[in-house]
Design a protein around this ligand. Structure first.
Ligand code: AMP
Ligand code: GLY
Length: 429
């Protein structure tokens, strides 16, 4: 059973469905997932009802997609009842659920990241002094989970004070905003690196790049992610060696030494700065939409990989990749990420395309039709078996033109940095 209802969960269900005799459930899922798995009408955060369902239906293995149930201790609850489950326990999930915790952990274990200071709501005066003495731009982050919206880049002390007013006075993120991290501003390309680990051994999947802003050329607001491609050519062997030894291995060592070994998918959000790769953030689960691209590149059994993490047998799992490249373009509802429309009929879903997957995020069935039900509605993933990002993007965008719903919008430049890089390399050949 896969828990969650987004594009990431659709990609996981789709990959697991490749297994010949797997019977797949998804709670609660969406309209697209419903074509590949039996939907279970239980919310992702309803831990006890989920546990009861797993008992009743004798489910062998559960994969947790989103962070909220992980933060609430779903893995602790399942494991204490003898269930096999993919994901970290609650204490390890703090690497994502508290920015202050994550930054202090990185400091303790000398993991490369932006220099920072953290402050509580009670230390507001110290914080204001600190902001007056700071250089700009600077980055302000709410401590807790804020659905990808808790980060702002401020250009002046005045800007920062306005932001603090939203966090401390207006409390737009509630308790999640009662502590803040103020960070040095880093520059460089970003990359998402997923390490699948059992707490001791790990495997890295091909690195991906997300596109967080809502508009072309990184304009507009930060979103959950408007598209992704993999593998990103900007994480070469040298960068990957640093990410492994300075980030992933230190997280494994540190979490084990501090008594909460990390098991599941460690998402390392990296910035490739002029001084080398540095951590922007950790997540304790697969990324969305990076997963929709990354899972297309795996030849070996994805179910086997997730089970090897849960069963603590990563060292005997053989990861094999197919050499492809993949691009996922998200189609979103008008108004996303602020508010969004819903209930709009989606057409063109029955069109099939070669090397194309339409993975749903916010869709549901209503009166026999598939309609929108979220900000991010679906992602079209194009794959090029020969490994060209440019061809994969052409495939994705070509297919996206077949799909329609009222108010649909998408970015036109997913993969652009890699495509330009391919063109440069092509010119040199
Ligand atoms: P986070 O939620 O921490 O991943 O931050 C969201 C986005 O804000 C990141 O993907 C970056 O684009 C940007 N960001 C976060 N921290 C920094 C930083 N220290 N310097 C520059 N940009 C940042
Ligand atoms: N794509 C960013 C995330 O999953 O957090």
């Amino acid at each position: 059973m896969v828990i969650g209802s987004g594009g990431r969960e659709h990609a996981i269900v789709d990959a697991i469905s490749r297994e010949k005799d797997a019977k797949v459930f998804c709670a609660p899922g969406n309209a697209g997932i419903g074509n590949q798995a039996e939907l279970v009408d239980i919310k992702a955060n309803d831990i006890l009802p989920l546990l009861r369902f797993v008992d009743d239906r004798r489910i062998d293995f559960t994969v947790v997609g989103p962070e909220v149930p992980l933060a609430a201790g779903i893995v602790d609850a399942f494991e204490s009842r003898g269930k096999t489950v993919f994901g970290p326990k609650k204490l390890a999930a703090r690497l994502e659920t508290s920015k202050v915790f994550a930054k202090e952990f990185m400091k303790r274990w000398k993991i490369p990241t932006a220099a920072f200071q953290s402050f509580t709501i009670q230390q507001q005066n110290d914080l204001l002094d600190y902001l007056k003495r700071s250089s700009y731009p600077r980055v302000l982050k709410a401590d807790g989970l804020a659905a990808g919206k808790g980060v702002s880049i401020v250009e002046s002390a005045k800007d920062a004070e306005g932001e603090l007013d939203r966090l401390f006075v207006k409390k737009i993120f509630g308790g999640a905003g009662e502590r803040v991290v103020v960070e040095e501003f880093m520059t460089g390309l970003e990359a998402s690196v997923f390490a699948i680990t059992d707490g001791k051994d790990y495997l890295v999947l091909p690195p991906a790049q997300d596109h967080k802003r809502s508009g072309d050329n990184d304009t507009g607001k930060n979103t959950g992610g408007m598209g992704a491609f993999a593998p990103t050519p900007f994480v070469g062997d040298r960068e990957m060696a640093v990410i492994k030894s300075e980030v992933i291995e230190k997280v494994l060592e540190g979490t084990a030494a501090e008594g909460f070994p990390f098991k599941g998918c460690l998402y390392c959000g990296m910035m490739l700065t002029p001084e080398g790769p540095k951590v922007v953030e950790f997540n304790v689960r697969f990324g969305d939409p990076e997963t929709q691209a990354v899972l297309q590149l795996i030849d070996s059994s994805v179910l086997g990989l997730l089970e090897a993490s849960a069963n603590r047998s990563i060292s005997s799992y053989k990861l094999s990749l197919n050499g492809a490249a993949s691009v996922c373009v998200i189609a979103a509802s008008k108004g996303y990420p602020d508010y969004h429309e819903s209930g709009k009929e989606i057409t063109g879903l029955d069109v099939k395309g070669e090397n194309v997957k339409v993975l749903h995020s916010g869709s549901t069935r209503s009166d026999g039709k598939v309609v929108t039900s979220g900000g991010r509605v679906l992602g079209v993933t194009g794959t090029d078996p020969a490994g060209s990002i440019s061809k994969a993007a052409q495939t994705a965008y070509g297919h996206l033109r077949q799909v329609r719903f009222d108010g649909m919008f998408y970015r036109h430049d997913i993969g652009k940095s890699a495509i330009e890089n391919e063109a440069k390399k092509g010119n040199k050949l």
